[in-house]
Design a protein. Structure first.
Length: 325
C-alpha cells in the first residue's frame, strides 16, 4: 500500500508517521522467529497489522471528499462589501481584499476576481473573488461577518478618527453536482464588462447578471473574457448561495445550539476590529487580540485563522449531539 500521499498531506501526516512506526515494528519481528516464539510473534504481528489497518482507514476517511472530516470545499467565493463609512469604507474593503489575496498566496491558494465594483477613489464598493486551494473553505470560513476599522483616513485633514465597516461572506463551491435550481426561476441579462477601453471585454456583452426569482438572490460575473465562462461562474455561485440559504433555514431549528463564540458567523455580527492607532486587531468572538496591524493587513493572518479554528474545534467537542435530540 502506497501511503506517500498521506505523508505529504498535512491533515494525515501525523497518522502516516505512526503508520510507518508500526510498519517498522512489524518488520523487526522477523528477527524473533524461531526458538519457540513463532506463536507469540504471529500474535504480535496480527495486532500490529490491525492497528495499521485502522490508521489506514482513518487516513482514507479524512481525505475522502464525501466524509464528514474531508467535506471542506477546496474552492470558495469570497465577497467583500463596503459598509458604513462612505469612501473610507470602500478603501477598507479594498484593504481586506488585498489582505486575503496576500494570505492566499502564502498557503498556495489561487485568488481570482469574479467581479469588482470600484468608486472614484479606487476603493471597492464590492468585490467578489474565487479562492481555490486545499482546504480553502476550512481556512476562510470564519472570516464571514462584519469587520470594523478605526483609523484616521488619508483624506481626513483634521486628524479625526473614523470608524468604518465592511462585510465579508464566504461561500463553498463544491464539486459538480446536479443543479437543484429550476431554470424557469432564473432571469439572465448580459452586458458589456467594465475595464480599460479597447479590451475585448468591452467589445462584446460578456458580463452576466443572474437573478433567482424566488429568493431575490443576484449574482454578477464580469471578470472572465467570454460570456460562456461568466455564465458558468455565475451559475456556480448562484447555486451555492441558494444552497446556503436553504441550509440556514434548516439550521434555525437548532439555532440555540449554534449561538456561540464562533457559530455560523452571521453577516450582521461585528466579528473583528482593526484599531490602527493602538496597533491592535481584536476578534470579538474569542476575545483575543494581536499586535502588528500593518503585517496583518499585509496578509499575516495565519495566527488569527489558527486561533479561530482551534476555538471552533473546542466548541464542537462541548456541543450536545444534535442527532440525539
Amino acid at each position: 500500500m502506497d501511503i506517500e500521499p498521506y505523508r505529504t498531506d498535512p491533515r494525515t501526516a501525523y497518522l502516516a508517521k505512526e503508520y510507518d512506526r508500526l510498519c517498522r515494528e512489524r518488520d523487526s519481528l522477523q528477527d524473533l522467529s524461531g526458538d519457540g516464539m513463532d506463536d507469540l510473534v504471529a500474535k504480535e504481528k496480527e495486532d500490529l497489522e490491525k492497528s495499521m489497518a485502522a490508521l489506514l482507514q482513518q487516513m482514507q476517511t479524512i481525505t475522502d471528499e464525501g466524509s464528514p472530516e474531508g467535506k471542506g470545499a477546496n474552492e470558495i467565493v469570497l465577497e467583500i462589501r463596503a459598509g458604513a463609512g462612505g469612501d473610507e469604507a470602500s478603501i477598507f474593503a479594498r484593504d481586506l481584499a488585498d489582505m486575503y489575496e496576500k494570505y492566499a498566496g502564502t498557503i498556495d491558494c489561487s485568488f481570482a476576481p469574479v467581479s469588482i465594483a470600484r468608486n472614484d477613489i479606487d476603493g471597492y464598493k464590492e468585490i467578489v473573488v474565487r479562492i481555490r486551494g486545499s482546504g480553502a473553505y476550512d481556512t476562510f470560513r470564519f472570516e464571514t461577518g462584519v469587520h470594523r476599522v478605526q483609523r484616521v483616513p488619508a483624506t481626513e485633514k483634521s486628524g479625526r478618527i473614523h470608524t468604518s465597516t465592511a462585510s465579508v461572506a464566504v461561500l463553498p463551491i463544491r464539486k459538480k453536482r446536479v443543479s437543484t435550481i429550476d431554470s424557469s426561476d432564473i432571469t439572465m441579462k448580459f452586458s458589456r464588462s467594465g475595464g480599460a477601453g479597447g479590451q475585448n471585454v468591452n467589445k462584446v456583452e460578456s458580463a452576466v447578471h443572474l437573478v433567482h426569482v424566488p429568493t431575490g438572490i443576484e449574482v454578477r460575473c464580469t471578470e472572465e473574457r467570454t460570456q460562456v465562462k461568466n455564465r458558468e461562474r455565475a451559475m456556480e455561485i448562484l447555486e451555492s448561495k441558494v444552497e446556503q440559504l436553504r441550509q440556514e433555514q434548516e439550521d434555525q431549528a437548532y439555532d440555540s445550539l449554534r449561538r456561540s463564540q464562533i457559530g455560523r458567523a452571521d453577516r450582521s455580527e461585528k466579528i473583528r476590529t482593526y484599531n490602527v492607532l493602538q496597533d491592535r486587531v481584536t476578534d470579538h468572538r474569542i476575545q483575543k487580540s494581536w499586535s502588528g496591524i500593518e503585517k496583518i493587513l499585509g496578509g499575516d493572518i495565519a495566527g488569527i485563522v489558527k486561533a479561530l479554528q482551534e476555538a471552533y474545534e473546542e466548541e464542537q467537542r462541548t456541543l450536545p449531539d444534535e442527532t440525539a435530540m
